[in-house]
Design a protein around this ligand. Structure first.
Ligand SMILES: [Ca+2]
Ligand SMILES: [Ca+2]
Ligand SMILES: [Ca+2]
Length: 258
């Protein structure tokens, strides 16, 4: 039978004394003739709790990090589909414009035709339009971020956490090809060299650019990618599984999530 074997510890079956401990903790009182929790028992329980915490806390932190960047990637994936839907529904071009420097992106209709969504008449849907011209009647920038409030704006730090940003340290594309220095911003977002970096969705449902956008959680390097594969707007979401140094040769670099 197990015994702590330390001077001062009560002899007897451990499970019996543990039961006594549980009774004590739960406020059920002591059984007649039995001692309560011993110092040794308390130390052992605390040590076990500490070990569990040491294992669980980093795992939880990593899980939380993955959740943040996964949510950012999933919402971007959904927004790419939404932009295409909006272009068809409203019978006009929609853009997603990436500002990778400030870790934000915009979704909307480019009323001024300058391929950006920073002008007062740029809009999302029929925002603030009472005269029916499908443009905002007036569009103050109430929140002072330099972007018309009618444009749908996603700020990675605000929406998902300070450590979520565009980019990746991944060395491979989804097809396994190496990402080279000449691959136009390939480690953040690249859609055929567009500047500003953007995806153009047409009213007939076609998409002008193919390309990739990467999102990572900077503390852990957990990364996701979204690829826009063809002019029909087929989009995939990927999770980074590790570089060649840490990954068995037969394993994929990226796993398709959806
Ligand atoms: Ca514009
Ligand atoms: Ca209007
Ligand atoms: Ca604004």
């Amino acid at each position: 039978m197990l015994n702590f074997g330390m001077k001062g510890a009560t002899s007897g079956p451990v499970n019996m004394r543990f039961t006594t401990f549980i009774y004590t903790v739960m406020g059920c009182g002591r059984r007649p003739g039995q001692r309560g929790v011993t110092f040794v028992e308390l130390v052992v329980v605390l040590a076990l709790l500490a070990i569990v915490a040491m294992i669980a806390v980093p795992q939880f932190g990593r899980f939380a990090s993955q959740s943040r960047v996964k949510r950012a990637a999933t919402e971007l994936f959904q927004n790419i589909r939404l932009a295409r839907t909006m272009a068809i529904k409203e019978n006009r071009q929609y853009l997603i414009v990436f500002d990778t420097v400030n870790n934000r992106y915009f979704l909307g209709f480019d009323a001024t035709g300058d391929n950006d969504l920073l002008d007062a008449t740029d809009t999302y849907a029929l925002c603030n339009d009472t005269d029916g011209d499908r443009l905002p009647n007036s569009n103050p920038d109430n929140n002072g971020d330099g972007v018309p409030d009618c444009v749908k704006t996603y700020r990675l730090a605000n929406n998902y956490g300070q450590t979520v940003r565009f980019g990746t340290l991944a060395e491979r594309r989804m097809d396994g090809a190496a990402i080279g220095a000449g691959d136009c911003n390939a480690r953040t977002a690249c859609f055929q060299g567009t500047d500003p970096i953007r995806i153009t969705f047409n009213a007939d449902g076609s998409v002008n650019e193919t390309g990739e956008v990467y999102l990572e959680e900077s503390d852990t390097g957990i990364a996701y990618a979204i690829s826009l594969n063809n002019s029909a707007g087929d989009v995939d979401l990927w999770r980074w599984e590790g570089d060649a140094d840490t990954q068995p040769a037969a394993e994929p670099y990226w796993t398709e999530v959806r």
